[in-house]
Ligand binder design. Structure first.
Ligand SMILES: CC(C)(COP(=O)(O)OP(=O)(O)OC[C@H]1O[C@@H](n2cnc3c(N)ncnc32)[C@H](O)[C@@H]1OP(=O)(O)O)[C@@H](O)C(=O)NCCC(=O)NCCS
Length: 180
């Protein structure tokens, strides 16, 4: 089962807590994902993502593609993930990160806590750099990355399409070993 392969993250301040995702979290992860998809600015993914689909997704992920969730007093209100950026071995140390917070919990510092936790866990998984691929118009995604010192690399034009429209994607990066 996927949960046993991923390290437990350090807890963040009470009452919120970041921990490795389990299949029991699949429905909440899917609901938070689908809510962000409906915003039209967060991802190219299309929903819906129900518990069964997200359970298969969790179980297919490798040791170096972990998923974590953030609990607060109301239950799961966010999830985060790392995944290898490329299949090429010389980019083994580069991960793409993902952070999603339920809309009802935005603006409380939870996204920042989850990204801080990813930054602290990534080197232990062999990653030396985190990359974020942020769609145009995603002010929250850009602000979150910038708040943690990510550098804007540039913008891919017409990099994918959502609802039939071509969309630009801005690349953000944070080197975990070199200060730049
Ligand atoms: C991006 C996201 C995770 C931010 O979560 P959050 O819990 O609201 O963020 P935080 O409260 O921790 O804020 C982190 C920083 O970003 C800023 N920020 C967050 N949302 C913002 C917005 N919509 N506009 C401007 N700034 C914003 C905060 O002011 C804060 O900056 P600071 O540390 O300098 O004060 C959330 O909006 C979300 O889930 N969006 C959908 C998924 C997504 O786009 N993820 C990013 C790409 S993986």
């Amino acid at each position: 089962m996927a949960t046993t392969r991923w390290p437990m993250l350090v807890s963040v301040s009470s009452p919120s807590r970041i921990r490795a995702a389990t299949p029991h979290d699949a429905a909440e992860i899917g609901a938070i994902y689908d809510e962000a998809i409906a915003s039209g600015v967060a991802t190219f993914a299309a929903g819906p993502h129900d518990a069964e689909e997200r359970t298969r997704w969790l179980e297919a992920r490798s040791h170096r593609a972990p998923v974590w969730v953030l609990d607060d007093a109301d239950g799961v209100v966010g999830w985060s993930a790392l995944a290898p950026f490329s299949h090429r071995e010389w980019y083994d140390g580069v991960a793409e990160y993902t952070v999603y917070v339920a809309a009802r919990a935005h603006g409380r510092g939870l996204g920042g806590q989850m990204l801080d936790a990813l930054i602290s866990e990534a080197p232990g998984l062999g990653y030396w750099k985190l990359v974020g691929m942020i769609l145009e118009d995603n002010a929250g995604g850009m602000a979150l990355a910038a708040s943690r010192g990510f550098r804007e690399v540039g913008t891919h034009h017409a990099h994918g399409h959502v609802n039939g429209e071509w969309r630009d994607v801005t690349v953000m990066e944070l080197h975990l070993e070199q200060a730049r």
